[in-house]
Write a protein that binds this ligand. Structure first.
Ligand code: PEP
Ligand code: MN
Length: 334
């Protein structure tokens, strides 16, 4: 349920209303927009007397929200959310680009790539330390050592780091990680999502291989219901009958999610296509359709990458993609 307040409502009146609602056992989310303040109510709103609420002097209108996701709902928070990450952010006017290797393999590798992606304009460094591999015999990542190497690269370049968590028991290792990624395979690991909801770290939530947008938003809701509103959504392709590409990139997810939610939405054209030469056209399309950013895999030696070499861009190709993305963003703004 949301209550839109009349213009000119004072902070004291808002506080009064909030405490009255909290006393009814509800969570209160306040979103102050340019003209109106929206009060979102989460909890058992069936008991709330909507007519009584609407009759209050400061209340303009009251609406029940039919969607099962509340905190993530655009109706609760009409303005786009901007998620702060170190000195940069995701959402709003910033086009975020998270780039780096699928897996952290060595200090030389991650340093070289980090410097290259920074020079090309990436805003964050991505790299897997804990890798969710389909086969238990494949490289599983450098784990804690991988996070150490990412932190070294962060110190050297100043780029905030993004890396995936697979087990909530590993959370202490993520203390200095800037953005914690929940991979596609864990999108509905609800116990993990609840734990992440108790942190205040930005969470990059990737869409599951066969999940709907509503399910993605419900997973975001798990994190937000715990008190962590710093959620970034990522479309990374879904599984279809097509086999030429690794997945099928659902670009319509971008405008649809922007309608449904205030959370930023980024695109991962690397896992979506699985083919390095398709990354550029899909990155440009993502920029054109209003995505808030990109996640792109970059490797200094794709042919010898321990994971996902076929979809990894070289630093030079990445720099070329960044230039073209900049031109698309300017064209779309114009
Ligand atoms: C990744 O980003 O390294 C990854 C494993 O992606 P996904 O979870 O989307 O497959
Ligand atoms: Mn990968």
């Amino acid at each position: 349920m949301i209550a839109v307040l009349k213009q000119g409502t004072t902070d004291a009146q808002l506080e009064n209303l909030s405490s009255w609602l909290r006393a009814q056992g509800l969570d209160v989310h306040i979103s102050k927009g340019e003209t109106h303040t929206v009060v979102g109510l989460v909890g058992d709103t069936a008991k709330v007397d909507a007519e009584l609420l609407e009759s209050l002097e400061i209340v303009d209108s009251v609406k029940r929200i039919s969607e099962p996701f509340k905190s993530a709902n655009r109706k609760f928070h009409p303005d786009d959310s901007v998620i702060k990450v170190g000195d940069t952010s995701v959402g709003g006017n910033i086009f975020a680009v998270m780039a780096g290797p699928c897996s952290v393999e060595s200090e030389e590798q991650v340093m070289e790539i980090a410097k290259a992606v920074k020079a090309a304009g990436a805003t964050m460094l991505r790299g897997g330390a804990f890798k969710p591999r389909t086969s238990p015999y494949d490289f599983q990542g450098l784990k804690a050592d991988g996070i150490e190497l990412l932190l070294k690269a962060k110190k050297e370049t100043g780029l905030p780091i993004v890396t995936e968590i697979m087990n909530a028991n590993h959370l202490p290792l993520f203390e200095d990680v800037d953005v914690i990624q929940v991979g596609a395979r864990n999108m509905q690991n609800f116990e993990l999502l609840k734990e992440l909801g108790r942190t205040n770290k930005p969470i990059l939530l990737k869409r599951g291989l066969a999940n709907t947008l509503k399910e993605l938003l419900m997973s975001a809701e798990y994190i937000m219901a715990g008190g962590n509103e710093n959620v970034i959504l990522c479309e990374r392709g879904i599984r279809t009958f097509e086999t030429y590409t690794r997945n099928t990139l659902d670009l319509s997810a971008v405008p649809m999610l922007h309608e449904l939610t205030h959370l930023p939405v980024i695109i991962d054209p690397s896992h979506a296509t699985g083919v390095a030469r398709l990354v550029k056209p899909m990155a440009l399309a993502a920029a054109a359709c209003g995505a808030d950013g990109l996640m792109i895999e970059v490797h200094n030696d794709p042919a010898h990458a321990l994971c996902d070499g076929a979809q990894s861009l070289t630093p030079d190709t990445f720099a070329d993609v960044m230039k073209s993305v900049g031109r698309v963003l300017d064209a779309v703004k114009a």
